[in-house]
Design a protein around this ligand. Sequence first.
Ligand SMILES: Nc1ncnc2c1ncn2[C@@H]1O[C@H](COP(=O)(O)OP(=O)(O)OP(=O)(O)O)[C@@H](O)[C@H]1O
Ligand SMILES: [Mg+2]
Length: 317
Amino acid sequence: MGRLIAVVNQKGGVGKTTTVVNLAAALAEAGRRVLAVDLDPQGSLTVWSGLEPDELAKTVYHGLVGPRRVRYDESRPVRAASQGTGAHSSTTLAYLSEDEDEDVSATDLILRTSLGYDLVPSNAELGLAEMDLVNMVARERRLVALMAPVRDSYDFIFLDCEPSLGLLTINALVAADEILIPVSCDFLAWRALEVLFKLVGRVRLELNSQLRLIGILPTMFDTRTRHSREILELLYGELGRELPVLQPPVHRSVRFQEAAQTGKSVIQYAPDTPGAAAYREIAKQLESCRPVRLSSRIWQAGRLPRAQSRQGQSVPS
Ligand SMILES: Nc1ncnc2c1ncn2[C@@H]1O[C@H](COP(=O)(O)OP(=O)(O)OP(=O)(O)O)[C@@H](O)[C@H]1O
Ligand SMILES: [Mg+2]
């Protein structure tokens, strides 16, 4: 059965989608069967993977809330996204299964991409899911049910979470075996970890006692700024004493934005850059790592180790 990994952080713009795309691509390159699930109404993973979210008839939304909401529009066939460069041409746009049966199963939603992994896409409609799920039975377990039939078909399934701690993220944390937490090397991202730890701690206690942590992944590390270096030190030093903090950090590089624009992973777009090397290395570690149980006091109290500010004063934590 494939490992189901939620890439999660309620802080926006810390590199969740970038991490999913590039780890999924690196593992696919190594011959693994990989599925990536876009759980964000922004649809960034879907766009990066070469699809135009607004033109998709079926998305993860329909899998989560049920068949009543599937609307076919056959006059508007799905086509590749064009982002100025028009480089997204080789993504396979036919659904792997076009079964119009009552149920919308995950296999009805899976698309092949030219980045090496399969994708369950998303679009803005997923924003309605919070509202629609609220009155549903077992609303935190909709994703568990959706993923169950496809778990044996993949070695790795990544869940790209939205930047919020709502029902979609809770569904991801309940469905996941493991979590991976990208954190950009800046102070507010560091502080935002506390809120995440509290939620994950509660989910572990109340909904998914088996949930494990692969690690914290420092992203957007900028060697040129003292601030970035200080936060990296906190991550490897203070936090690293209690939790796995993955090596190497992912450095800041414009190659990631360029790769997204061309609809390629950084592994394909700039294979010889430090960014590609970092994600390849983390992907290799994923295969052999032993995710830790969430039993430390950090997850119970949602407390970060005490951090020092730039002036050397203690920052309340
Ligand atoms: N290592 C990096 N260096 C430079 N830019 C990066 C890096 N990683 C990600 N980015 C860029 O930062 C922005 C945010 O990254 P990304 O979309 O992966 O974050 P996210 O956590 O998924 O965001 P959201 O919370 O909105 O879903 C994107 O423009 C992306 O291209
Ligand atoms: Mg994202």
